[in-house]
Design a protein around this ligand. Sequence first.
Ligand code: PLP
Length: 428
Amino acid sequence: MSNLFYQGRGRKRVLDQARGVYMWDKNGRRYLDGSSGAMVCNIGHSNENVLAAMQRQMEKSTFGYRLHFETEASERLAARLAGKMPGGLNRVFFVSGGSEAVETAIKLARQHALAIGEGSRWKIISRAPSYHGCTLGALATTGYAPLTEPFEPLMRVMPKIPAPRAYLDGLDPADPETGRHYADMLAARIEAEGADSVLGFIVEPVGGASTGALVPPEGYLERVRAICDDYGVLMIMDEVMTGAGRTGAFLGGDHWGVRPDIVVMSKGIGSGYAPLGAMIADDRLVGPVLDAGGFAHGFTYAGNPLACAAGLAVLEEIDRQDLCGNAAVMGDRLLARLHGLMQRHEIIGDVRGKGLLTAFEFMADRVTGAPLPRALNAYQRFVDIAYDRGLIVYSRRTRDGIDGDHVLVCPPLILNESHIDEIIDGLD
Ligand code: PLP
């Protein structure tokens, strides 16, 4: 009996080592990591340049408390990240994960509103379904009732608008029930809440965390940006899963040229080498907060030098190997092969994605999008068979009956053609 307390129920594979796109368990069985952990290991496992950079940092220092010291590693990583942000987003606050990054964005948004005399604004609108993390602040913006309900006495669940229906794959920008463009529901929701009370809107550029590689419909993010501007609402882009090259551009939002007010990142910038996250804003937001007495927020491990050295080396690898470009090319090829898989398997009702954030969804009817009966447990059977064939993929159950059970296929961005063959063999 293990003393570890997991959410999972009784999977007992023990990881021994991992290299590139492969992982080996204690019995010496090899698996292709088709989910990059949880869309984390973008540059692949055990990259020698990253390990060497971490070794060099370990020999210098492994900890420096932020209030006493900045470190060269955090300064350089902040500069490199800022250089990859859309215009003028240049103030970086490091944390140790995605939930902390979202939490930090919420705190900055709120303190900015207070600092500029707009203290009536406190609501952060998000979408349902969605996932933005599990700390109470981040959870309040998460659109998935089973996760939020138990904690409602401890936090206020924030208002939600519907996410576009997944299986339409961006073809139809209007909700079939209301006939309205999905983005316009944000304006309606802001009006309904009282425009003066709304602080921000948080959204993933490509819905990864709960909608399975949901590419936004035509014009969606651009309209959201315009609506946020009209109402003085901050646009917070959650790039925790989509960032660091995953979708074939450094940020998912780059595909649509949309500049948010705040970007939050994590997974891919640490790429599994160290717990790392970041919130990136600009002086317009940060300045008034600092002038008003400082940012009332922080974590002991914020800007940890070892994590920052790892992050810097990860970003260097992303550029050196042009992993954004490779994710775009390999993503198109993988998506085409997954479409082929859909032709051969009737229960696959939709295939979608951007770059190497791809997914397929199970459904009973491709036209109506009716989900498969739960009892079939199709997603679990697919995943189990894939495991037996040496392929790890990431599966999600239906959330609130809004979207279907789906399997995310999100391998490391160092993927090549023969890896794609192996993935398809594992799923077919
Ligand atoms: N935001 C998104 C979009 C995520 O996918 C996740 C995690 O899956 C988070 C936030 C929370 O990140 P973490 O698990 O590192 O706290």
